[in-house]
Write a protein that binds this ligand. Structure first.
Ligand SMILES: Nc1ncnc2c1ncn2[C@@H]1O[C@H](COP(=O)(O)OP(=O)(O)OP(=O)(O)O)[C@@H](O)[C@H]1O
Ligand SMILES: [Mg+2]
Length: 233
């Protein structure tokens, strides 16, 4: 699903150049659930943003579902992003003045889906994350865990091949984190490919593979025996 070869990325600030990714090689097969770990500043978000086509590498190749991701114009990049990728962030990134339902339906609006169809579809995804009763509520009326579940429903609504989550449990307490991980595990069991950036070992152990980044390279990449989140909830 994802093939990355010798990926490099630097940031230039003034006269300084910061070499953040120094030759990343990494493949992810369809249906995997992978966590990316590493200390603060090790380049986890940089890598995830490149995988999510929110940023471009300076060097190396990236192939997503057989499509080489390079030098795409903004329109085509946006189309691929929509078709292939769903995003979940630590801070949820919901639109405050829109209901849970409208937040989930918004990406479908951008895809040109008709109103009735997109609301039905958004409702089905809210149902999937257990929030049918909260459809008409605004984000500030929801708990952190509920907000993240809305964000997950929104990410899934366009049926992406890959779900990318940058510290999805970073703003949540332990119990709520495990509930969100339980949902993520269920979505993965349905066959969805998922990559999660996390700082927390207990969260990483709920995935099936842990990739460790240090000083711009992968220092460890191993399959793990997945801990089921539900046994902690
Ligand atoms: N747009 C940018 N411009 C300049 N430097 C950047 C930019 N984005 C990230 N960096 C720098 O690149 C390095 C890697 O950042 P990145 O956000 O990928 O780290 P991270 O592993 O996600 O860290 P954290 O765990 O704190 O989220 C950091 O030193 C950061 O300051
Ligand atoms: Mg980060």
């Amino acid at each position: 699903m994802i093939e990355i070869k010798d990926l490099h990325k630097s940031y230039k600030t003034g006269s300084n150049t910061l070499h953040v990714l120094k030759g990343i090689n990494f493949n992810v097969a369809e249906g995997e659930l992978v966590s990316i770990m590493g200390s603060s500043g090790s380049g986890k978000s940089t890598l995830l943003n490149i995988l999510g086509m929110l940023d471009e590498a300076d060097q190396g190749s990236y192939t997503l579902d057989g499509v080489p991701i390079k030098n795409l114009n903004e329109k085509i990049a946006a189309r691929y992003r929509n078709r292939f990728l769903g995003f979940v962030f630590q801070s949820f990134n919901l639109i405050n003045y829109k209901t849970a339902l409208d937040n989930v339906a918004l990406p479908l609006y951008y895809q040109g889906m008709k109103r009735k169809e997109r609301l039905e579809r958004a409702m089905a995804y809210l149902d999937k994350v257990g929030l049918t009763a909260w459809a008409q509520h605004l984000p500030n009326e929801l708990s952190g865990g509920q907000k993240q579940r809305v964000a997950i429903a929104r990410a899934l609504a366009s049926d992406p091949k890959v779900l990318l989550a940058d510290e999805p449990t970073g703003a949540l307490d332990t119990k709520t984190s495990y509930e969100v991980m339980d949902l993520i595990q269920k979505i993965n069991e349905e066959g969805r490919t998922i990559l999660i950036v996390t700082h927390e070992h207990d969260i990483a152990e709920m995935t099936k593979r842990i990739v460790n980044l240090k000083d711009g390279v992968i220092i460890d990449d191993r399959k793990v025996d997945q801990v089921k989140a539900l046994q902690h909830v």
